[in-house]
Design a protein around this ligand. Structure first.
Ligand code: LLP
Length: 442
């Protein structure tokens, strides 16, 4: 365990491109109150520069460890086409978990060779879409292999590369729902199935091979990868020895966490890369298992800190026991606090230095669980003030809902001192556009 080096609060905010000028919160150098007034609230506010910065940082470190690498951005974290285009322009590849995400990436201009499709519980239609579009499929079960092969034949396509998601049995993550390895977990194939999987793939005529793991999400201490990586390499060596396989790529999945709290250290990238790459580099020196590309699939790390949600206070309620600040964002806008008990730091858009009071920040959804932050110390708040909910760039907008018939919010992008509307606020009419009324009810 490294020493905890708690960052100064102002510096911690600055790392997320936030600071106060004359008592007003600025994001990427832009006045947040002006943004809230111009675009309305709740409002997702994405800082382009921070996404680029995180990507470049990770890429530089990774390349200094091993040149032949590819960063596949995990699209499920944030699938906005503008975000995809930003990462594309940086040279990123992408990791998709559904046909919808593959579609988004093709629409954003990614070429098929940059896309890996790691689904689970694939349907034949999923396979058809992937094979038609020349997308590499990373399988999740041996039983899917003959079905995929059949679809290659049906579409008269050449079988090229195949990969399996391996479950290395040691997982990690910020919540039990985000730990994705272990014998009782639905993902991937276990050690005792890998020989069968890859020999079947070989026999079916696949020409080249990759391997994949993803052990979980929201990992801040790189040591959490250690056991899984050791197991992964035992499996890789077994495959290389017994089946004489050469690997096109070795994929480590994503999982890198971000400091949602000031008391959390950012993940030590150097140490993470040491842990995941040392066993690989050692083997490269003495064994012949090809010269694989190293792939990683970060989602949260690249986009999580880029985004705040601006929300307006409509109700201050003191019930004599507890003080609530009621806002227009709720778990339909950001579900992570309710779904995982996740902490998102919440700050006031003005007067940060006044003597703090304790508030629960409550959304408008008709459920007691609609609390975005419990017992938060904030300057005295008034109705019509604005708050900013931090670190909402990953699994924020992509997990929004229209529960309680509340339309989704607008999204804006900040770049070079300017703001751009990148998604309009949904209208009430949008909520009902796809519904149909049978004749007898008209
Ligand atoms: N690769 C695969 C195959 C994945 O399943 C995931 C995330 C990633 C990469 C990216 O993981 P990341 O680097 O973002 O940790 N909704 C949850 C997170 C679920 C993550 C699912 N898989 C949350 O809000 O915390």
């Amino acid at each position: 365990m490294g020493l905890i080096k708690i960052m100064e609060y102002d510096k911690w905010l600055k790392e997320k491109s936030l600071d106060y000028k004359d008592g007003v919160l600025y994001h990427a150098g832009i006045n947040t109150i002006d943004l809230a007034k111009k675009y309305g609230t709740p409002l997702y506010v994405v800082n382009e520069e921070l996404i680029r910065k995180r990507y470049q940082h990770l890429k530089t470190f990774l390349s200094s460890h091993y040149e032949q690498n590819e960063i596949h951005y995990a699209v499920k974290a944030n699938s906005h086409l503008a975000v995809l285009k930003i990462l594309k322009s940086e040279g990123a590849s992408v990791d998709c978990s559904s046909v919808g995400e593959v579609y988004a990436c093709l629409k954003a201009g990614f070429t098929p060779d940059k896309i890996i499709y790691t689904g689970n519980m694939f349907t034949d239609d999923d396979f058809r879409f992937a094979v038609k579009n020349d997308i590499l499929v990373n399988l999740d079960s041996i039983s899917q292999l003959p079905r995929l092969a059949k679809i290659y034949a049906e579409l008269d396509k050449q079988k090229d590369t195949i990969s399996f998601r391996i479950n290395p049995e040691f997982g990690a993550g910020h919540h039990s729902h985000t730990i994705t390895a272990g014998k009782d977990i639905k993902f991937g194939i276990l050690d005792n199935q890998v020989i069968e999987a890859y020999s079947k793939a070989k026999n079916l005529g696949f020409k080249s091979f990759g391997t994949h793991i993803h052990i979980g999400s929201g990992i801040l201490d790189p040591i959490d990868y250690d056991k899984a990586i050791n197991k992964y390499f035992t499996i890789i060596m077994k495959l290389a020895d017994r089946l004489d396989l050469k690997f096109d790529f070795i994929d480590y999945g994503g999982g890198l966490g971000i400091p949602y709290k000031q008391t959390q250290d950012p993940i030590d990238i150097e140490r993470y890369l040491d842990i995941i790459l040392n066993p690989f580099l050692k083997l490269m020196n003495k064994e012949d298992f090809g010269s694989p590309t190293v792939k990683i699939e970060p989602g949260r790390y690249l986009v999580g800190e880029s985004t705040i949600i601006l929300t307006q206070i409509n109700t201050i309620k003191d019930n004599g026991y507890k003080k609530f600040a009621g806002v227009d964002a709720g778990f339909h806008t950001l579900v992570r606090p309710t779904m995982y008990g996740s902490y998102h730091h919440i700050i006031s858009c003005r007067n940060p230095n006044q003597k703090k009071e304790q508030y629960s920040i409550a959304g408008p959804i008709c459920e007691s669980g609609d609390i975005l932050g419990e017992a938060r110390m904030l300057p005295p708040l008034r109705e019509e003030d604005y708050l900013a909910i931090l670190d909402a760039g990953a699994y924020g907008f992509t997990m929004t809902s229209v529960y309680n018939s509340r339309p989704r919010p607008a999204e804006i992008l900040l770049n070079d001192g300017k703001s751009y509307l990148i998604r309009e606020k949904e209208t009430l009419e949008d909520l009902f556009r796809l519904q149909k009324i049978p004749k007898h009810l008209k």
